[in-house]
Design a protein around this ligand. Structure first.
Ligand code: PLP
Length: 406
């Protein structure tokens, strides 16, 4: 049996997505910039994809720009907004637990003379709105906050942050990296006060290497890709028609089944968390933050669950530490049984699994940070996969912990 529990890293394309991508590659393969019928047909596919995506966010299709994925969307939103608005101020705000696709553009801008405030998070990964309020100043031109943290699933208070930012200064731009939220939550940028929003297709059963950036039509943004002037001169490059079609189909499928899949994901999350709690039933005192975990009893592994239950946490991510067993050891032992999970975030690691920056920001003891795995689900994940994983953990943990002690 196989259990793919790494859906926050990437997902399998659906058959519907595959079909529209293949059609766009083999039948409607024209260049949307061409003036003949093949070009017109490709242009129609792009237009319809934009309309579908705009409808999922209740925005105008004029506000959707295709990109090569969320890394490009984030880079463009942050650097493009900073460059276009720098006369108004040189201060930016973000959080300490963003994806590298936000942190690196921020670091780049610091080298260009911008000042960046990194908001800290609490032990569960939430920013404190008071910190945001204190950080906002006259010079602040952009705030970038992720919707759902990719490593532990924390949902940040986007609506409240949007209100604060706009009350402070309606011209301060608000960017949201919504990669792990899109397709899982209802998102309404106009209601949330969000001006720029990044999305990636491959996290929602779409193709890799395609995504979009929502740009409020009033937002001043400098283009970063210069060339043939595609997408109203804002993002040059021959349009990725198959990718856009696949992304739109994936989004359509995700949002038509949203209620049902959220229910399914919540059930899976509960099953996983309950299973881990049962597994870790131990006479030992639970490990508290700031303390070093005692060596677990070989028969009774001690498990520390980082992800919260309830509406402040995404329904598809469970992060937990298995003190006494290094995460890469457990990851590969699970892999031998056909179970695929992540240690930290797959998209940032260089395969050597360094201790994640996010876990450091949660001030977890090193022992917990080094033994953390992320289990992430999709609407295609089954209860059998969860149970198979829990059974494997039940067998592996005492054995691996024993080895670790020797
Ligand atoms: N932002 C977050 C929160 C992510 O989880 C990821 C990928 O894991 C990215 C950005 C990068 O997305 P992409 O793979 O489309 O470049």
């Amino acid at each position: 049996m196989e259990a793919y529990l790494d859906n926050s890293a990437t997902t399998r394309c659906t058959e519907g997505v595959r079909d529209v991508v293949v059609r766009a590659m083999t039948e409607d393969y024209g260049n949307p910039s061409s003036q003949h019928g093949k070009g017109v047909e490709a242009e129609r596919i792009l237009r319809e994809a934009r309309e579908t995506l705009a409808a999922t966010l209740k925005v105008s299709e004029k506000e959707i720009y295709f990109t090569s994925g969320a890394t490009e969307s984030n880079n463009w939103a942050i650097i493009g907004a900073a460059m276009a608005n720098r006369r108004a101020g040189m201060h930016l705000i973000t959080t300490a637990i963003e994806h590298a696709a936000v942190l690196e553009p921020m670091a780049y801008l610091e080298k260009q003379g911008f000042r960046v405030t990194y908001l800290p998070v609490d032990a569960k990964g939430h920013i404190n709105l008071r910190d945001l309020e204190e950080a906002l100043c006259e010079e602040t031109i952009l705030v970038s906050i992720m919707y759902v943290n990719n490593e532990i699933g924390t949902i940040e208070p986007i609506a409240e942050a949007g209100k604060l930012i706009k009350a402070h200064n309606p011209r301060t731009l608000f960017h949201v990296d919504a990669v792990q939220a899109y397709g899982k939550l209802e998102i309404r940028p106009k209601k949330l006060g969000v001006d720029l929003l990044s999305v990636s297709a491959h996290k929602i059963h779409g193709p890799k290497g395609v995504g979009f950036l929502y740009v409020n039509e009033k937002t001043k943004l400098q283009p970063m890709m210069l060339g043939g002037g595609q997408q109203k001169g804002m993002r040059s490059g021959t349009d990725n028609v198959p990718g856009a079609a696949g992304l739109a189909e994936a989004a359509r499928e995700a949002y038509t089944q949203l209620g049902q899949s959220t229910e399914q994901l919540l059930k899976l999350k509960k099953r996983m968390i309950d299973g881990l709690k049962t597994l870790s039933k131990s006479d030992a005192e639970p490990v508290k933050r700031g303390e070093t975990a005692g060596k677990p009893d070989a028969q009774k592994p001690c498990i520390v669950i980082h992800s919260e239950e309830g509406d402040k946490s995404a329904p598809h991510i469970v992060s937990a530490a298995f003190p006494g067993v290094r995460s890469e050891v457990l990851l590969h032992a699970l892999e031998e049984r056909g179970i695929y999970v992540s240690a930290g975030s797959a998209c940032t690691t260089n395969k050597k699994v360094p201790v994640s920056g996010v876990l450091k920001e949660l001030h977890l003891p090193k022992e917990l940070a080094e033994s953390t795995l992320r289990f992430s689900f999709s609407r295609f994940t089954t209860e059998e996969e969860i149970d198979y994983c829990l059974e494997a953990l039940c067998e592996l943990l005492p054995v691996l912990a024993r080895y670790a002690r020797h």
